[in-house]
Design a protein. Structure first.
Length: 405
């Protein structure tokens, strides 16, 4: 690989966005796939050129550090390297690249820090390949290990995909489990429309929403589309549509900020002249108040059980608690922004972030920059180079306060 050292965040992200780039536009980089391995290799190699100590842990999380004078005190910042299917180039990548650039700038300007500064490239956050999300930060924070036997849609297990990716990375990089940092920061694009609407460049995150995800499987009876009378059918697709309609009605009844999404939907066997015998779809629900999310889960289970002619499985594979950001670190972000004569908005995050997992163990804070038209998880995702660069500057000031005193 060519040596690429750019202090320009936009250039860095454009380069990183080539790993997993799709011909039709957008990026798909699922954890442990070939594009992900190439991207992780680029990030770690580049960090080496910047003089950082580089290692991976056994989940393939990438760690890039400038050791401090008090080396055991660690301040970490970063985000995830994986993407959703047909993503933009900013989600996750921005926070990871911002941490690397902010830290290497500080090191160049002020030399060795008092505390170790570690930039983290989390292996997986999105839950796009396997029925698990945040597997990277759950491992790093020593919160939860991922079942190696869970499978992707091609039947490949998490354990074997991880093993193959690690085999490649560890020919070049040290394999080393990492101690917990004393605090964690994440810079992220907002992924919503609020900052742009208010004409602000910066958002200080107050909390992160409660979120649950499920896979719902409906078993009916596969049969001939021409010979089976309507009243004798067990059409799994039509039953799934009725169920989703009831859930949508309930979501509307609850009102915003509750959100409900069916983003994956599989019909089997999938022929125009065959009554579908099996349907599988995802359910994603979020709200800042855990009670509301719990209530919707109960409703989902009751509606599923009411489809008595069908066997319905509701498998919950994600249940993340709401997370409150650390008061002191939030205040410090606000102070840094104000000292630059700039304004900000305090806002909760509807999107999930690695920070909510780190927050289970250490104090955390997050900063948002605007997303054009509020679009994210799509190729049209865009944040202006100016806003990207400002976010890095604010993170740099925060890291200076925490690591150089
Ligand atoms: C993560 O990107 C999420 O779905 O919130
Ligand atoms: Mn993200
Ligand atoms: Mn995302």
């Amino acid at each position: 690989m060519k040596q690429v050292i750019s202090q320009d965040i936009n250039e860095y992200l454009t380069h990183l966005g080539q790993f997993g780039q799709l011909e039709a536009g957008g990026v798909t980089r699922f954890v442990y796939d070939a594009a992900w391995i190439a991207a992780m290799n680029f990030v770690l190699q580049d960090a080496k050129f910047r003089g950082m100590n580089v290692a991976v842990d056994k989940y393939g999380n990438g760690f890039m550090s400038y050791p401090g004078i008090n080396a055991t005190q660690i301040v970490a910042a970063g985000s995830h390297l994986d993407t959703v299917n047909k993503a933009g180039i900013y989600d996750g990548s921005y926070g990871m690249a911002a941490a690397i650039l902010a830290m290497s700038d500080l090191f160049r300007q002020y030399g060795q820090p008092q505390k170790t500064m570690t930039a983290v490239a989390f292996s997986e956050e999105e839950g796009s390949r396997f029925p698990v999300s945040f597997s990277g930060s759950k491992h790093y924070s020593k919160t939860k290990e991922t079942d190696p036997l869970i499978k992707d849609c091609n039947g490949i297990t998490f354990g074997s995909a991880r093993h193959l990716a690690l085999q490649q990375l560890t020919t070049k990089y040290l394999l080393e489990e990492q101690p917990l940092p004393s605090e964690f920061f994440e810079l992220h694009i907002e992924q919503g429309p609020i900052l742009e609407e208010k004409g602000l460049q910066l958002g200080v995150v107050s909390s992160i929403c409660e979120q649950k995800r499920f896979t719902v499987t409906l078993h009916g009876q596969t049969n001939h589309a021409g010979t089976t009378p309507q009243h004798l059918r067990k059409d799994a697709l039509k039953a799934a549509v009725r169920l989703i309609y009831r859930l949508e009605k309930q979501a509307q009844c609850l009102g915003e900020p509750f959100v409900f999404t069916v983003g994956e939907f599989v019909v089997s066997p999938g022929s125009s002249n065959v009554i579908p015998g099996l349907v599988r779809f995802s359910v994603d629900i979020r709200h800042p108040d855990k009670k509301i999310v719990d209530g919707f889960e109960d409703f989902l289970r009751t509606c599923a059980a009411a489809l008595s002619a069908f066997t319905v499985e509701v498998y919950k594979w994600m249940d993340s608690l709401p997370a409150k950001m650390d008061k002191r670190l939030v205040k410090q972000f606000q102070k840094i922004i104000t000292a630059r004569g700039l304004d900000y908005l305090n806002l909760p995050s509807g999107a999930g972030h690695d920070t909510q997992i780190m927050n289970l163990k250490v104090p955390t804070a997050m900063l948002f920059v605007p997303s054009k038209a509020g679009i994210s998880h799509a190729p049209a995702e865009f944040t202006s180079p100016k806003d990207l660069a400002l976010g890095v500057e604010i993170l740099k000031d925060q890291l200076y306060e925490e690591c150089y005193h």
